[in-house]
Design a protein around this ligand. Structure first.
Ligand code: PLP
Length: 423
């Protein structure tokens, strides 16, 4: 059940990185140190949103406290400082996914906005009547609905690559669905509902062999995997700060500069223009063209600080720790009669979705909450995945670098408690 290695290159471990120490890491996240319903919090809802290290909180607060001002337009000291910090955050995001140039990184509100941006600009430009957009069954609604809207508007067709019983894309079927009418592929790197890590490099290669560009939804990948957009060869890559231990309300979209340069604006407003008259507006080059209006300045700076935090760790050790938790939880839950794990891909990130007999996931989530264990219950914004597995909802535990085996034990004890109550 592993695998950084197969999907991504590993970040070289440097001698100056401290050894992985979960106790020390937990101390960096103030929200973890609290009780819920009289029990210590076990926060296992990281795929929905992750907790924040003090360093990211401090960076955001410091911006507001010391050098807050609007960016790009000012000539005064604070505006220049804020602009420098905002643009430095862009470079951090660029280095994080190894984009070749900072102009290839656009700050957006999050993954959802990044995908909508591409659908509304590149999509509107290139998808016409009778054309096809190819996605997979395991997409989050954010990577379905924008394409559906585009297809409805244009008279195009949304084509869906199937997944198997383990929750893996059937790659041969995906390849067959790439047709001469396919104008773009949009696929998730890691499934939020199943944990599956998709073989995106292979899927990108297949699409490119037919001249089709690929957008990767990286929301669930960036907290766990090394992402190198140049190595993957993707055309667009979208992700959110809040799942990456940074603030909410900000995220980043990578786009190949030659594609960005040809794309029309997403929204109109300040900052995205070169000149405006009532007759004609000339647009700025990327990334400003896609950042109309005042951006989330402190949020972007906080996102940069969260990335710094993560990059100071040995990601191979983080991945090993998370895979240990996933394996440990999988073995323990598999041993509980009536528990069915949904999503058993060979290549998984630290997400475990399950059902307990016919107990509704909301009941499971509520009982676990009384035990201080925070999980998500529902369709996880992936209703087609629920339909594929014939369940209305699942309970989902998702682990981050700060979780422990002891928290997994408490999850499993909570599951036993559900069985007692509903047995
Ligand atoms: N894609 C995936 C795979 C996700 O898990 C999520 C959020 O759960 C999103 C997209 C949407 O992210 P956001 O709500 O941050 O825009």
């Amino acid at each position: 059940m592993t695998t950084l290695e197969s999907s991504n290159k590993s970040r070289p471990a440097t001698g100056d990185r401290p050894p992985f120490d979960v106790v020390r890491i937990r101390a960096d996240f103030p929200a973890l140190d609290q009780t819920v319903h009289g029990k210590p919090l076990a926060y296992l809802d990281n795929a929905a949103s992750a907790q924040k290290p003090q360093a990211a909180l401090d960076a955001e607060a410091e911006c507001y406290r010391r050098f807050y001002s609007n960016v790009h337009r000012g000539v005064h000291y604070l505006s220049e400082k804020a602009t420098d910090a905002y643009e430095e955050a862009r470079r951090k995001v660029q280095r994080f996914v190894n984009a070749a140039r900072e102009e290839e990184m656009v700050f957006v509100r999050g993954t959802t906005e990044g995908i909508n941006l591409v659908a509304s600009t590149y999509g509107k430009q290139h998808v016409g009547a009778g054309d096809e957009v190819l996605i997979t069954t395991m997409e989050h609604h954010s990577n379905i609905v924008p394409w559906q809207l585009l297809c409805e508007e244009k008279g195009a067709r949304l084509v869906v690559a199937p997944i198997n019983e383990r929750g893996e894309v059937i790659v041969e079927e995906y390849e067959k669905l790439l047709s001469e009418r396919t104008r773009i592929v949009a696929v998730t790197h890691v499934s939020n509902a199943l944990g599956t890590i998709n073989p995106v490099a292979e899927m990108i290669g297949m699409a490119h062999a037919r001249g089709v560009p690929v957008l990767i939804d990286g929301a669930q990948a960036v907290p766990h995997l090394e992402v190198d957009v140049q190595e993957l060869g993707c055309d667009f890559y979208a992700f959110s700060s809040h799942k990456l231990f940074g603030p909410t309300g900000v995220g980043a979209l990578y786009g190949r500069l030659d594609l960005f340069a040809d794309m029309p604006p997403y929204q109109g407003g300040g900052e995205m223009i070169r000149s405006v008259t009532f007759e004609k507006t000339e647009f700025s080059p990327p990334p400003a063209r896609f950042e109309a209006g005042t951006p989330d300045i402190a949020g972007a700076i906080g996102m940069g600080a969260a990335i710094d935090y993560l990059q100071a760790l040995d990601m191979n050790a983080v991945a090993a720790h998370e895979h240990d938790l996933l394996d440990y939880a999988t073995r323990a839950l598999e041993a509980v009669p009536e528990v069915r794990i949904i999503g058993t891909a060979a290549n998984k990130a630290s997400v475990i979705s399950f059902v307990i007999g016919d107990v509704h996931a909301h009941d499971v989530g509520t009982i676990l909450d009384r035990e201080g264990v925070a999980v998500r219950a529902g369709h996880h914004c992936a209703q087609p995945v629920m339909d594929r597995f014939g369940v209305p909802a699942t309970t989902r535990a998702s682990f981050a670098l700060y979780n422990t085996r002891e928290e997994v034990d408490r999850l499993v004890a909570g599951v036993e408690r559900v069985k007692e109550l509903f047995g």
